[in-house]
Unconditional design. Sequence first.
Length: 292
Amino acid sequence: MRPFLSASIATVLLATSMPFVHGYDRIIAFADSFTDNGNDYRHSMNPPSPPYWKGRFSNGPTWLEQVADELDHVKVINHGHGGATTDNAHAYSEFNGYVVPGLKQQIQQYGVDNPNPDKDLYIIYIGYNDLNAIINPDQYHVVKPFDQDDVANSVVEGIRTLMETYQAKTFTVMTCPPFDQWPVIKHEDKERTKALINDYNHRLGNKLKTIEGADIHVLDDHAWFEDALAHPERFGLETDNGACIPSINEKVPVCDDPEKHFFWDYYHPEAKVHKALGEWATSKLKDRYHLD
């Protein structure tokens, strides 16, 4: 596996004078469809289930549910929503009339009940939909022009809001995965998308360094996915067979061999990928935050 932080991102450890807290009681996640455990489905009946699994944007539990299973002594609060951007003022998704809350809107809508800064670990895993909206604007409601710098700024703004409103001080921020290799990206757009993702991840890492008074780590899932895509046989999967199903919003036939596809649909990985990502993330979180 690749290291916890890629060389391109570098270590983002802020306020190093802050002592490490041994153990956390809660993980609070603000995220998109990779993390959504049925939040969209409860509001919109999307994605259709079946063929999707119990409202997840895959055919099984998400990576954070794997983390929750392994860290059963830690309460996991999951505010992930499929299609979420960093701020609906830039672009947003809508399913069956339900406007998906972006990062800013998730924080406003859900808040944090009974915050405990010394025992709350925040996970931010978002940005993929914003960047995809730049490449494929027809798939979203684009409110006004924006770029990758605006997206990174929105993540930083979300962190600052959590710090100022709930005294949050410990964050794991995940990078944007290499979705240039996803089926959703047309061949002619792959190089442009790759450059966009790399530039965004670089900008995000630099902007996170400007935040004072918090312990922020970047969990480099971009590197993890690149490694996984290069060796899908580790999971008994293939990448050259495309997605198992082509559409999210309609009930369509499922492929005969979903257990062999790295991609469940054009946007999301199969359940075994989620499981492996969750196992990797759990290991990193345990090492960093003493969650055993």
